[in-house]
Write a protein that binds this ligand. Sequence first.
Ligand SMILES: *Cc1c(COP(=O)(O)O)cnc(C)c1O
Length: 309
Amino acid sequence: MPTFPLTESPVETCTFRGRHFFIKRDDLLHTTFAGNKARKFYYFLKNDFEGINRLISYGSPQANSLYSFSALAKLKNWHFDFYVDHIPSYAKAKPRGNYRAALDNGANLIEVRNVLTGRDTNTYIQEEILPNYTDAVFVPEGGRCQEASYGVNILAEEIIAWAKENNIDNLNIALPSGTGTTALFLQKRFVQLKKTFKVLTCACVGGDEYLKLQFFELCSDQKFHPTIMEAGRKYHFGKLYDNFYDIWKELRTETNIEFELLYDPLGWITLINYLNQTPSNTNPIIYIHQGGVLGNETMQPRYKRRNKS
Ligand SMILES: *Cc1c(COP(=O)(O)O)cnc(C)c1O
């Protein structure tokens, strides 16, 4: 295992809708292992797992985590089995985005829709798959696990060091959530290190109440929980919305940065709303670019087809 330091990601400045923002470019951490999945999986990269030669997880065949898991497995020289409900035939015929890149890294995708017998994929893996292996490490969907704190703490400490260099005391850190793992462990680290930094996040998957539940599952003490910015209406994860594509394009034009299309649009929409609603909050804001732009290879054609019809 070569040593693999995740070098500090750069911080850039930009202006959007007339307000100044700092952008933490975690998408630029490394060429193949970047974004918040690299932070969350860093524990598995850095530590030696004696006797382990297989990584097992599950999720969507277009998930950002699929690609990052495959990059991790490749760096570790592990087999990688990724369980999915089902792979659409058009995707199989012409793999793109995260799915294609994961296949290139040697990922083995296994469809389980027909063998679940009423169980969810996680339960199926626990009952039917893991007992067959003594050489496998299992990571829950999206990297939602305590081990994720290892790499997210490093991210928190990078932000603290950067803020100190720039004489910033009351920083707001904004990032959209899926499982909420990154936002939670960031806020927890700031509180542990007695920083008054406030983590602002939004629920891209399953709504605000569900996100709160996920925070509680990872950490029962509410004083470590991030602030949830409200979306004002319900959005379904992975669906297409005109205002998502509009703000994504506007961001690209104004900031010259390519964000991703699943999480970032809602991240920015809720952040702009939040700032409009709290005009007294003039604290500097750092938005974390958590990677995932490879997924645009499938999301952008979907938006283009929709806008034509
Ligand atoms: C996975 C992912 C998220 C969600 O991260 P959580 O830690 O699950 O909240 C957000 N943005 C991008 C680009 C991601 O890939």
